[in-house]
Design a protein around this ligand. Structure first.
Ligand code: PGA
Length: 228
């Protein structure tokens, strides 16, 4: 069964030469449907056997919003997936669960898939309150009311992003099954320190529909191993 592999290059891949070099190693195959989310300004300059994605978009259709990028502009560049509410957007740009819905609607208006990020902070994980935390996020974002055909959930524990730590395979399975109980039709991805050594362990889980991959998706050696 083919699972999604969404490469989130963040601002890590900031040179166009590097972006083009990395893109050569990413291609959809029988295991993965690949999506690459480069910097906005590189979207039009990279191509390959993958869909294009973006890391964010404005909730506004158009207007005087200096520095923002609209869903329409992205759709015009053939972008198919947009990451919404990534933890770094929440941390550095004050995004909250309550502000994500209009962004998702903007993506849908332009026939793009929204990849909505949720995940618990470390203290919540340690106190074993992850499920209640995620349930609240799902309610506040309004995820269960969003069309499952073009809304994908990315479960990314905040303490696993960029740290080299992940929950166990069993924990990921249990948490994603819990999310699917609340929103049975949505695809759910796992993200947080996914790399060439652990991806196949998570891949085996029936509950996991794919991956949102940061660090490893920006390293040639890792990509070579993942897309053999
Ligand atoms: P990571 O990032 O793979 O580097 O942990 C994942 C993400 O931020 O989407």
């Amino acid at each position: 069964m083919t699972k999604l592999f969404i490469a989130n290059w963040k601002m890590v891949v900031s040179g166009l030469d590097e972006a083009k070099r990395l893109a050569k190693h990413i291609h959809s195959n029988k295991d993965f449907h690949a999506v690459v989310c480069p910097s906005f300004v590189h979207i039009n300059s990279i191509e390959g056997k993958f869909d294009l994605g973006a890391q964010n978009c404005s909730s506004h259709e158009s207007g005087a919003y200096t520095g923002e990028v609209s869903a329409k502009s992205l759709a015009d560049l053939k972008v198919k997936y947009v990451i919404i509410g990534h933890s770094e957007r929440r941390q550095y740009h004050h995004e909250t669960d309550g502000t994500l819905c209009p962004k998702v609607t903007a993506c849908h208006r332009h026939k793009m898939n929204a990849v909505v990020c949720i995940g618990e902070p470390e203290d919540i994980y340690e106190q074993e309150r992850t499920q209640l935390y995620l349930q609240t996020q799902i309610e506040e974002i309004g995820l269960s009311k969003m069309d499952h055909k073009n809304t994908i959930i990315a479960y990314e524990p905040l303490w696993a992003i960029g740290t080299g730590r992940t929950p166990s395979v069993e924990e990921v399975d249990n948490t994603i099954k819990f999310i699917k109980k609340l929103t049975p039709q949505h695809k759910v991805l796992y993200g947080g320190s996914v790399n060439s050594s652990n991806i196949m362990d998570f891949y085996k889980l029936k509950s996991v529909d794919g991956f949102l991959v940061g660090g490893a998706s920006a390293k040639e050696e890792e990509l070579k191993k993942i897309f053999k």
